[in-house]
Design a protein around this ligand. Structure first.
Ligand SMILES: [Zn+2]
Length: 234
């Protein structure tokens, strides 16, 4: 159950299990509520499902003592594609590009509180439903770290693929950086040799095609003391 809040600075949840991505704060932050100063422990993204739409709520703040789960109207409308429409007893959030109803909040009787019942979604890779208002970073993480080129081509091949802002500069993803590293970084070594050829580094490289001088291999010799290197075809 989510309560629409026009005054909240961000979305808030008291349920840690709703997060698809979570980043704990190094030190707990504090947020002023109506009657106390509450600690917030981390933030990131939550996906909820409403009428076969998946909607991303981000940034979602984790506040364990929060009484209700809050959807911030202001944060939703920061997404330029979305606008508000209302009918009797309902507030609808509409996608301006597709005119699709992204999510609707409703009220009961004379109450001025608007609610929606929308379960959390944890895996979108097999979801046969519309993904709306989801950003590049979240899709990148959920769809096995696909590149920006994949996302820019996918519209041509997948029907009803969600409209999404492709960032002009691809943000550096720590997971991709680590994944593309062939080796662990070398540890710093302060020791050094005292005379030439006390320690040499060798590498032997094989070529599929013979060189002009009919060599198949190349040997690289590097002297640790003088920093001199030699390359010799074999
Ligand atoms: Zn990545």
């Amino acid at each position: 159950m989510w309560l629409l809040d026009s005054g909240a600075s961000a979305h808030f949840t008291n349920n840690f299990n709703t997060f698809v991505e979570y980043q704990p704060y190094v030190k707990p932050h504090h947020s002023q509520t109506a009657n106390c100063l509450a600690s917030v422990l981390g933030k990131n993204s939550v996906l909820i499902c409403f009428n076969e739409n998946i909607v991303q709520l981000s940034p979602m703040i984790y506040m364990p003592i929060c009484t209700f789960q809050l959807v911030s109207l202001g944060t939703l409308l920061k997404n330029n594609c979305l606008y508000v429409q209302s009918t009797k007893g309902y507030i609808h959030i509409i996608d301006d590009c597709t005119k699709h109803n992204v999510i609707s909040f409703h009220t009961h009787g004379d109450s001025t509180m608007y609610w929606v019942r929308a379960p959390p979604v944890h895996d979108i890779t097999n979801a046969n439903i519309n993904m709306i208002a989801i950003d590049y970073k979240l899709l990148h993480h959920q769809l096995r770290h696909s590149s920006k080129n994949v996302f820019s081509a996918v519209h041509k091949h997948v029907k009803d693929y969600p409209s999404m802002t492709i960032l002009p500069v691809e943000p550096i993803c720590p997971g991709c950086q680590l994944g593309k590293q062939p080796n662990r970084p070398f540890v710093v070594n302060e020791s050094h040799t005292m005379k030439p050829f006390e320690l040499i580094h060798l590498d032997l490289k094989f070529f599929e095609t013979k060189s002009y001088h009919r060599s198949r291999y190349i040997i690289i010799i590097y002297d640790d003391y003088t920093f001199m290197g030699w390359i010799k075809p074999l």
